[in-house]
Ligand binder design. Structure first.
Ligand SMILES: Nc1ncnc2c1ncn2[C@@H]1O[C@H](COP(=O)(O)OP(=O)(O)OP(=O)(O)O)[C@@H](O)[C@H]1O
Length: 259
């Protein structure tokens, strides 16, 4: 795979400061400091159970931190509801597919666009905004390369098409920050390559944080990688820095971190 670097800058769009999360006695996230920079693609990797999904739940507002702070564009978002965080410019695509299986691809995306314009519950505004919504839906359809199956029901798409639709739903809110949770889970090699290309294209001009187990994808797609082990970030760096980091290699049971 070709390693095309995105146009990242040093400016942070998302900052986590000493974030902790416990479930009862279980201290799962144990003091995470993390920075997502403007325009960068940043992967969070780590062994099973390290707390990656929990961390994403904290960032996107599904969980509240037990302590610590999270800032989006400098404003605190810890404690806000997921919907409010979404309105501030962050979208998350879930590990579990969150599309409407009984609606067509076009209808799914149109719903996402209507939600962005606050039109989903307002009939009169919906009528007057219809043309704009249709136009934006068409554009989004094309961007996620699903025009050919616009009338197919969400539930009848192939697995990778469903993931494309899901990414499209996340993009419907035109977020500056996009979180992708295991976008390649369950995909064949071919589907993975296709989705990597799509993510590369769609993340242009945005900041992307992803959790992914496929190391080839992680190392080819990311500008920087953070390694989470037992709820702590043990290293953050470029793919080369992470590949050669002794502590990271040890965390992966002494095996070489290959890509
Ligand atoms: N709601 C919850 N209540 C109690 N424990 C939880 C909860 N959510 C997650 N955990 C625990 O937190 C730990 C980390 O889980 P998490 O799913 O965040 O890890 P992960 O790094 O994403 O793992 P994987 O790579 O296998 O998806 C696990 O031990 C899990 O059982």
């Amino acid at each position: 795979m070709i390693n095309a670097t995105s146009s990242a800058s040093d400016k942070a769009v998302l900052t986590l400061h000493d974030v902790h999360k416990s479930f009862g006695e279980a201290h799962i996230i144990r003091g995470v400091d993390l920075e997502l920079r403007q325009g960068e693609r940043h992967a969070v990797i780590g062994p099973n159970g390290a707390g990656k999904s929990t961390l994403f739940h904290l960032i996107s507002g599904q969980f509240r931190p037990s302590s610590g702070e999270i800032f989006l564009h400098g404003d605190p978002i810890h404690g806000l509801e997921a919907r409010a965080i979404n309105r501030l410019g962050m979208a998350r695509s879930f590990q579990i597919t969150n599309i409407f299986p009984g609606l067509s691809v076009f209808e799914n995306l149109r719903f996402g666009i209507m939600r962005r314009h606050g039109l989903e519950y307002n009939f009169w505004k919906r009528i007057s905004g219809a043309y704009k919504v249709t136009q934006e839906t068409e554009e989004l359809l094309e961007r996620v390369r699903l025009t050919r199956c616009r009338d197919t029901l969400g539930g009848e798409l192939s697995y990778s098409e469903q993931r494309s639709l899901e990414i499209g739903m996340s993009l419907a809110s035109d977020p500056q920050v996009l979180l992708l949770d295991e976008p390649m889970a369950g995909m064949s090699r071919e589907e993975t390559e296709y989705t990597v290309g799509l993510i590369r294209e769609l993340s242009q001009g945005r900041s992307l944080m992803l959790v992914e187990h496929d190391m080839e994808v992680v190392f080819s797609l990311s500008d920087r990688i953070s390694v989470l082990v037992y709820g702590k970030i043990i290293a953050t760096g470029t793919p080369d820095e992470i590949r050669n980091n002794a502590q990271v290699q040890e965390a992966y049971l002494g095996t070489e971190v290959k890509a």
